[in-house]
Design a protein around this ligand. Structure first.
Ligand code: SF4
Length: 70
């Protein structure tokens, strides 16, 4: 099956929404994150402070980014 999102850095290969599991690229992951108001896993690569976050909420993401810029 073609992987449209070869750049995906998410290591949760057990997730049924992971691009390696279907031919729809990021769409199912983005759809889930929009519905839950969460940040996709690949965004955790953007700041060191996000590596040990406890969740994927907007607040966790914002705190992780701010931690790096203190
Ligand atoms: S949005 Fe989801 S599927 Fe797409 S690259 Fe990021 S973690 Fe992977």
């Amino acid at each position: 099956m073609e992987n449209l999102s070869h750049f995906c850095s998410c290591t949760d290969l057990a997730c049924p929404l992971h691009p390696a599991k279907h031919g729809k690229g990021c769409a199912p992951c983005i759809q889930k994150n929009l519905r839950l108001k969460e940040i996709p896993n690949c965004f955790s690569d953007l700041a060191e402070g996000l590596t040990d976050r406890s969740g994927d909420s907007f607040t966790e993401f914002a705190n992780g980014v701010l931690q790096e810029h203190k």
